[in-house]
Design a protein around this ligand. Structure first.
Ligand SMILES: N[C@@H](CCC(=O)N[C@@H](CS)C(=O)NCC(=O)O)C(=O)O
Length: 279
């Protein structure tokens, strides 16, 4: 089939893992792996920038042509192999599923990156290494966000924005799952699951899941259902998994949790009208 994937094989690589989950759910095994390492600055190598001018991972190559953007790659893979579909057949349902994916792309990615940066990156990566990395970040939004979160920790305004973004997603999910459906689109596991599960994996890795999702029991049950699938369980075999209690995500998450939880309470008090809309 001529499929190649440039990706990060790491448990906390949210965009690459969307594609890995999709490939597994669709039973696609005939693809060539090109593993990248951000610490080696592989994403900024001239050859890679020809495939992905924004210098971000992942990129799928199909018969020599690049397909970029993780959510679009997953959609492309679903169309490529119509068996084991990950999209509803009804066009309206399909559009509603894409609405979820758009929401996760627009509000979930940045928020989850903040959670990862305020914990593992802030407390384990030496400041000089971050300073060096910031010299090559081509996107000013990403640069400001990373700097603020690393330098100001949980007091960074990006942390409050991340909390607000994830809360708004959880409120919508809790409401959608209210009719006892197992998945966001009903009985079918779709690209909505594949696109959001890697984000929640970060919350699990930093041990934020219990205090955060206590308010969203249906989202928690959804997560337990999705996390038990083989496509998700394989992520725990990748480097940077957080199974061990002394892993970087686990200890930095535990250390950050009290201050982060206070911010979450602050948000819920200030935005009670939004937070209570499902309860
Ligand atoms: N919107 C892109 C975002 C991809 C992205 O930002 N990937 C991260 C890794 S999860 C990356 O390549 N970061 C490069 C860097 O930090 O220099 C997608 O969904 O594919």
């Amino acid at each position: 089939m001529g499929l190649e994937l440039y990706y990060l094989e790491e448990t906390d690589s949210i965009c690459s893992n969307r594609v890995i989950i999709t490939l597994t759910e669709k039973g696609i095994t005939d693809w060539t792996a090109h593993k990248m390492l951000l610490v080696n600055r592989d994403q900024f190598q001239p050859e890679y920038l020809k495939l992905n001018p924004q210098g971000v991972v992942p990129t799928l190559i199909h018969n020599g042509r690049p397909i970029r953007e993780s959510s679009l790659i997953c959609d492309y893979l679903d169309d490529l192999r119509p068996d084991l579909p990950l999209k509803p057949t009804d066009p309206v349902e399909r559009s509603h599923m894409r609405e979820w994916v758009k929401l996760f792309d627009e509000r979930g990615f940045e928020a989850t990156a903040v959670v990862n940066f305020v914990t593992k990156f802030r407390l384990t990566v030496p400041r000089e290494v971050m300073e060096e990395r910031w010299k090559s970040v081509p996107n000013i939004d990403r640069l400001y966000r990373q700097k603020s979160v690393i330098l100001e920790g949980t007091d960074s305004p990006y942390v409050m924005r991340a909390i607000g973004a994830l809360e708004s997603i959880f409120v919508l999910m809790e409401r959608a799952l209210g009719d006892e459906r197992p998945f966001l689109m009903g009985d079918q596991f779709t690209l909505a699951e594949a696109n959001f599960a890697p984000f929640l994996k970060i919350l699990e890795m930093v041990r934020f899941m219990d205090f955060w999702l206590e308010a969203y029991p249906l989202v928690r049950a959804w997560w337990d259902r999705v996390a038990s699938r083989e496509s998700m369980r394989q992520l725990d075999d990748f480097p940077y998994n957080a199974i061990a209690e002394d892993s970087p995500h686990a200890w930095t998450g535990r250390q950050t949790a009290p201050a982060f939880e206070r911010k979450l309470q602050e948000y819920r008090e200030a935005f009670a009208h939004a937070y209570r809309s499902t309860t």
